[in-house]
Design a binder for this molecule. Structure first.
Ligand code: PHE
Length: 468
């Protein structure tokens, strides 16, 4: 192992191509946070918090994020920065036997991005509907039954969701085609701070409403009866999804990171930023449901529709400025979703363009083709193809299940086994900058070698067991 490691060191130094990179720490942290902060934070985290009973879920999430979310983020970024390669190149550079794993990893974003664009399209539709004040959705005259009907008739319509999905996918692919510095970094530098400001303004607005305090209680006071193995599993799955770990996205981003930027502090900042966003989103959506009268029951029953249906009701209940706030909110969610979908596409394009094998534009076109094909199936799965189901799941759900409940946990386990057992164990801690700190180094090793792979294995098995 030792000599293999040294040989690899030289090889890596020689082969590191002069690829474009993020200009500095801020650029990297913002772009990676842009990947992490997305529909997972604004749409998925609040409804999972609602479903799993509030405080208990939040507590599990925070503990898991602190104990191994940050370590896994550091690991992936460290592998990327060390090798300077996308997933296909990074693994064999450190251990030749792992070439296949790069190909495995890249299948995950390829499965996620098409349906991510479908949901991104829904968000776009809502942003648009608020801008043009669509009848039956926006305005004091729209009853909760009407807004629910609006949501259902939109997602089952054969054309409308397809059109919005295509626009969302096109925006994503165009941004990636401009390249790392000109596309992703520029966009993140503008959008991420804007997003943070918009979210905080909305949160303050909602928290100033009567009744919102009950929502805060729901979020922050854990109830003993809500702690269960399921809550822990839900929090763990959400952690991977939200921090974009387990599918090697952060390896690609790490490969664009300059040597002088600290992996350790960047990873910590990304984790804090990502969690903060999820909490702010939750502190908008959950207290709003209490303050505007939808009640605790709606939190439990609405599930994934929570953001779309309940918030629309909330915006409609606001006298005067509801439409304006609705536009702000859905535009914010749209920005967050685009920066995430961009990172998914970038991970695939980086593989296709590795060592100048393919032009960036050509790679983008190919990915766009795959997105159209698989995304159209997901979108039509709610209408024309609604009869097509596997184990009671529609097409979009099947892709989501395959990616999040099966492939991501497998990817995360293999990444840990790879770094913990199959390469020189000093390479990654050195790259991350924790090799001189005895305790931090030990902690990192224990998490990567034992704690993370074992816990993730439990999620995988239990997840499959519960659902199938
Ligand atoms: N982390 C993103 C979110 O919270 C989703 C995502 C997953 C993005 C995987 C990239 C890779 O929405």
């Amino acid at each position: 192992m030792e000599t293999n490691g040294n040989k690899n060191e030289n090889f890596i130094a020689e082969t590191k191509s002069k690829k474009s990179s993020f200009t500095g720490k801020l650029g990297f942290v913002l772009a990676a946070s842009g990947s992490a902060v997305g529909l997972g934070n604004l749409w998925r985290f609040p409804y999972l918090t609602a479903q799993y009973g509030g405080g208990a879920f939040i507590l599990c999430y925070v503990l898991l994020a602190v104990f191994f979310g940050i370590a896994l983020l550091m690991l992936e970024i460290g592998i990327g920065r060390k090798t300077g390669k996308s997933v296909i190149g990074a693994f064999p550079l450190l251990n030749k036997k792992f070439k296949w794993f790069g190909y495995f990893s890249v299948c995950i974003p390829l499965l996620i991005v098409p349906y991510y664009c479908v949901i991104g399209g829904w968000v776009l539709k809502y942003a648009w509907s608020f801008i043009v004040a669509s009848e039956g959705l926006v305005g004091a005259g729209s009853t909760p039954a009407m807004t629910e009907g609006f949501f259902n008739s939109f997602i089952t319509n054969p054309y409308a969701p397809l059109i919005f999905f295509l626009i969302f996918a096109l925006v994503t692919v165009l941004i990636v085609s401009f390249g790392v510095k000109d596309g992703i970094e520029k966009m993140s530098k503008i959008l991420m701070p804007m997003l943070a400001v918009l979210a905080v303004v909305l949160m303050v607005y909602v928290l100033c409403q009567d009744g919102s305090i009950k929502g805060l209680e729901f979020i922050f006071v854990p109830k003993v009866e809500d702690f269960s193995f399921n809550t822990l599993l839900g929090a763990l799955g959400q952690l991977f999804y939200s921090m974009s770990i387990g599918m090697c996205i952060m390896i690609t981003y790490g490969s664009y990171m300059k040597k002088e930027v600290s992996v350790k502090s960047s990873a910590t900042q990304i984790a804090v930023f990502d969690s903060a966003f999820a909490f702010v989103a939750t502190m908008i959506i959950i207290p709003a449901v209490f303050a505007f009268g939808a009640g605790e029951e709606a939190l439990k029953t609405d599930g994934p529709a929570l953001m779309f249906i309940q918030l629309t009701n909330v915006f409609n209940a606001i006298p005067g400025g509801g439409r304006f706030i609705g536009v702000l909110f859905f535009v914010l969610v749209f920005f967050a979703a685009v920066t995430s979908s961009v990172s998914l596409v970038e991970a695939i394009v980086a593989v296709l363009c590795e060592d100048n094998k393919m032009k960036r534009r050509t790679a983008c076109l190919i990915v766009f083709g795959v997105i159209i094909l698989l995304g159209s199936l997901s979108s039509l799965g709610f209408g024309v193809f609604s009869g097509f189901q596997i184990a009671g799941k529609g097409i979009l759900d099947c892709f989501d299940f395959l990616a999040n409940n099966i492939l991501i946990p497998i990817g995360a386990i293999i990444t840990c086994v790879f770094a913990g057992w199959c390469i020189n164990k000093e390479i990654i801690p050195k790259e991350i900058g924790i090799d001189k700190n005895k305790w931090l180094n030990r902690y990192f090793n224990v998490i990567v070698k034992f704690v993370a792979p074992i816990c993730i294995f439990i999620i995988l098995i239990t997840g499959l067991f519960i659902t199938l």
